[in-house]
Design a binder for this molecule. Structure first.
Ligand code: HEC
Ligand code: HEC
Length: 258
């Protein structure tokens, strides 16, 4: 009998003994292919513990001590566990915006990763330590879906001077009307991007300021929203590259301070 048949008949007997599989296997059981949610994966990339509703991790990420540049980025604690802290908002690591300045770690980017699903799953779960840190198999599957299908090369939208290459006038319309069914940016951030969506008087992360300081972060936030808030995700409304460029250009025309 060929090997596979032996295994199959074995599995059948086991199924019969177990009551012929009436019950659904638990979602995390091995062998059940998990369908990753790319949009949620994008939010986990930003701040996984806020999205997965687990405790922030203790101490530094296991790979933090191995960063090629030990001088530039001296952050400690949970922030060293955020994917973006090592791989960047542009997913390009040391060859992107985090190749300079206080966020530089020297780690490589992930854009264009050619790793297969299974390899990425074990890399994130084991090598990167996210299984032990509390992420479920579904969380990992969402991250893998994001890595495989959600990354965008910002060079398509942002030029070498950090400026979005869209139309600010068209962006103004999108900012005031929203993307698809998504609520308008202006409803939460104010017409000029200076209002706090949470009515926090101390709020300083103005849309215009982030757009100018860190256009790659703005891009990620427009596509995936702000973790653990009601900010809508552009990817859910199938936001186009052109809309992203236009929104980016308009955001860069907004005031950066009150
Ligand atoms: C402390 C820094 C650090 C953090 C945080 C981090 N990584 Fe990594 N990552 C690395 C290093 C270093 C490598 C390359 C080493 C390796 O392959 O083991 C890597 C490799 C990768 C790769 C493989 C890229 C390729 O070459 O194909 C992917 C994908 C990846 N990381 C995704 C993530 C995701 C998603 C997160 C967040 C859930 C994350 N990383 C968080 C440091 C980090
Ligand atoms: C339903 C309300 C809502 C809508 C609509 C919304 N946002 Fe947000 N946004 C938020 C909230 C809440 C935060 C987090 C604010 C905080 O941390 O205090 C946020 C955060 C941000 C941030 C990051 C700033 C920070 O706090 O780090 C940017 C940039 C941003 N939004 C831009 C936009 C743009 C551009 C649009 C339109 C495409 C938009 N938002 C639509 C609610 C919204």
């Amino acid at each position: 009998m060929p090997m596979t048949w032996k295994w199959l008949s074995c599995a059948c007997v086991l199924l019969l003994l177990a009551g012929c599989g009436d019950e659904q296997p638990p979602p995390d059981s091995p062998g059940t292919p998990l369908v990753g949610d790319l949009a949620r994966g994008g939010q986990l990339y930003d701040n996984w513990w806020a999205v997965a509703l687990v405790n922030p991790p203790e101490g530094e990420h296991p790979l933090w001590a191995t960063r090629p540049d030990q001088e530039s980025n001296t952050r400690k604690g949970p922030t060293t566990w955020r994917c973006k802290e090592c791989h960047g908002w542009d997913y390009k690591g040391v060859t992107g915006a985090y190749g300079l300045g206080s966020h530089k770690t020297g780690f490589a980017g992930i854009l264009g990763s050619s790793k297969e699903e299974a390899e990425l799953t074990s890399l994130l779960k084991e090598t990167h330590g996210y299984g032990a840190a509390g992420l479920s198999d579904q969380d990992i599957a969402d991250l893998v879906a994001f890595v495989r299908g959600g990354l965008l090369d910002s060079a398509e939208l942002i030029d070498a001077d950090g400026l979005f290459t869209g139309s600010a006038a068209d962006g103004a319309t999108i900012y005031r009307q929203g993307i698809g069914e998504n609520k308008r940016c202006a409803a939460c951030h104010g017409q000029d991007g200076l209002e706090s969506p949470k009515d926090d008087p101390e709020y300083e992360d103005f849309v215009g300021l982030i757009a100018v300081d860190n256009p790659w972060e703005l891009l990620h936030k427009i596509r995936f929203g702000q973790p653990a808030t009601k900010m809508p995700r552009g990817v859910d409304a199938d936001v186009t590259i052109q809309q992203l460029k236009d929104l980016g250009s308009f955001s860069q025309s907004l005031p950066t301070e009150r």
